[in-house]
Design a protein around this ligand. Sequence first.
Ligand SMILES: Nc1nc2c(c(=O)[nH]1)N[C@H]1C(S)=C(S)[C@@H](COP(=O)(O)O)O[C@H]1N2
Ligand SMILES: [Mo]
Length: 319
Amino acid sequence: MLIRTKKRNPESEITDPALFKKRRQIIKASAAAMVASLNLPVIPSAQAASRVKIAKFTRGSPYSLQQSPTDYEDITRYNNFYEFGTGKEDPAHNAQSFKTRPWTIRIEGEVEKPAVVGIEDLISGQALEERVYRLRCVEAWSMVIPWIGFPLASLLRRARPTSRARYVQFTTLYDPEQMPGQRIPTLQWPYVEGLRIDEAMHPLTILALGLYGELLPNQNGAPLRLVIPWKYGFKSIKSIVKIRLTEQMPPTSWNLAAPNEYGFYANVNPDVSHPRWSQKRERVIGGGLFNPKRETELFNGYTDEVGKMYRDMDLRRFF
Ligand SMILES: Nc1nc2c(c(=O)[nH]1)N[C@H]1C(S)=C(S)[C@@H](COP(=O)(O)O)O[C@H]1N2
Ligand SMILES: [Mo]
């Protein structure tokens, strides 16, 4: 997102409908099968690259949007995941053999009950909700994604944050053998991100385990990634192994790389431009052959839900 100065070819951002038509039919069929199989146990993924349905989740989060989601093919082939390459189509190719089992997430720092949580426990134990969000990136493109996940707050509460916990830091797996991008210093590895504690506890902040009714494809951050729909895409850290509650504001990868371009907050804001491009409009991925753009909304349209957390802040200064 920062390093690449090469102009993107707009053609490459358009999904060839003929190529993906067949697969789309398969998805429709699997959606029907999913409804029929509600409450069956989750099938563990033996092979990371295979598509695995999540059988257990409750539908209809109050935060779901009415608009229809972006096509599965666009969501899973147009990604940012620098551990697997800096090109938008690199992660879909390079993350196929990434091993996401066994996988644990450590919760530590300012908590009364530090914990090591297994991914299978999260998949089978949490009440999973379907939440359809717009995810927006700093390059000003957007998608509507039917995530399957649960509020981060429910996991944090289990660890009993202390009164000193003011921030939460997230860390991605560090494994250069599996993640070829970590062998080159495009960013400082491992990828880290952070939230203020009130942002982390907000019900719109979710840990996603899946999308389109299936476990997350590797390129989208398997087995567990953050989704913060009112912030730019880079806050939504992928393949999380550690969650640490802290007293001090933690460092974040893009802020470390370019502090004048990427702040800690990264709230979607059409009135605060990135130093090198406007953020007033966004390209709608999969929106059609003419690369339609739409007006970007403050907080990505979630002002009613999240605006009060920033009421007394100068959003130009705290960008
Ligand atoms: N570990 C890690 N997490 C990451 C990134 C990354 O490079 N590494 N890229 C971020 C950026 S810039 C974006 S836009 C989103 C993209 O998520 P998606 O591919 O599921 O759309 O992931 C974010 N999370
Ligand atoms: Mo991004």
